[in-house]
Design a protein. Structure first.
Length: 244
């Protein structure tokens, strides 16, 4: 159905070449209308909602199937979204979409309750019978959590952990010798800054592995500093080499 949009693709399309370039395009790729519903409760859902608000200046609602307390979102982003006027509906999950001429016009939502804990210990949302309700909308952004693609770990026989993510030790090593992994493929979906941070740390561990420094690890930056700047930082460049 038209205007039921993948939230991840939406953010990529809007920000890939910069928001200014996106706004200059005629016509723009997305026509969200003034009543946008975002489905999800994580950082991506908040990104979608706040981006939609800036593009449309319309009415933005986030529908999440658990409670506000359960939202896996950065608290600052959550607070800022509320201050900006984004509406939240909790314990609600889409059941069906209604439309006209192929475009979505409303969502039938299930009211949910939290039942028994799932395998991760979180209480699983369950629909309450005969408690559906309708919400009118001009577009829907889907920003529900996604797990890592399991093709590589299955094909290569790499050990996995929960949700088929790649299992690594504290050095980012996988079960295959010489193979390292980091980011969302090892943890499940996280904010991009966390994935980038773990990628940087994994790169350092790979450097130590390749340079046989694992017994006495030294930061790449330390080694670079020793080799390039120590002489010029002490005694006007007259100091001798830094002891190993």
């Amino acid at each position: 159905m038209k205007r039921v949009i993948d939230g991840y693709q939406f953010l990529e399309d809007v920000f890939r070449d910069g928001i200014d370039n996106y706004l200059r395009k005629t016509p723009q790729k997305y026509h969200l209308g003034k009543d946008v519903i975002v489905v999800g409760g994580g950082d991506t859902a908040l990104d979608c909602a706040r981006t939609a608000l800036r593009l449309t200046q319309g009415n933005i609602m986030i529908a999440y199937r658990r409670t506000e307390y359960d939202m896996p979102v950065d608290p600052i982003m959550h607070q800022e979204a509320k201050e900006e006027g984004i509406e939240f509906v909790f314990l609600a999950e889409p059941k069906t979409y209604e439309g006209h001429d192929g475009s979505v016009t409303s969502i039938i939502m299930n009211r949910m309750l939290l039942g028994a804990p799932d395998h991760s210990g979180r209480r699983s949302p369950e629909p309450i019978p005969n408690q559906e309700f309708k919400v009118e909308c001009s577009s829907v952004l889907l920003a529900v959590g996604r797990g890592p693609d399991s093709f590589i770990q299955t094909k290569a026989g790499i050990k996995t952990s929960k949700h088929k993510s790649i299992a690594v030790d504290n050095q980012y090593k996988t079960s295959l010798k010489g193979v390292f992994a980091a980011g969302d493929v090892t943890t499940g979906e996280t904010p991009v800054v966390k994935a980038m941070s773990s990628g940087g740390e994994a790169a350092q561990r790979i450097h130590e592995y390749l340079m046989n420094l694992e017994e006495n690890p030294t930061s790449f930056y330390e080694r670079y500093y020793k080799e390039n700047f120590y002489d010029t930082m002490l005694d006007g460049g007259k100091a001798g080499p830094l002891p190993e």
